[in-house]
Design a protein around this ligand. Sequence first.
Ligand SMILES: [Zn+2]
Length: 92
Amino acid sequence: MAKTPIRDGESLLCIRCKIPLSLGSETEKRANGEAVIYRYYVCNACNYKLLDEKIVIKKDKEGIRILIEVNGALTTTEKTYVNRRKSPQAQQ
Ligand SMILES: [Zn+2]
């Protein structure tokens, strides 16, 4: 696991350079149809990265499943959105 960064008021500081980290994000699209979104803090000086949130979107015939992992925690939020195209009232 990543080391705990230093907090300075609102911002997180790089554990090496002690300067505020910027927020970044990346999207990874996998061959199996999954999409993974990473949100992280990054140091513009030394490129130190701290993963903040990982969102995995899975799509299968059951619907869309979203797995959220915050701060590297193993506690995962799972939500399933069932395909409701057959019942238009579910949209509004
Ligand atoms: Zn740094």
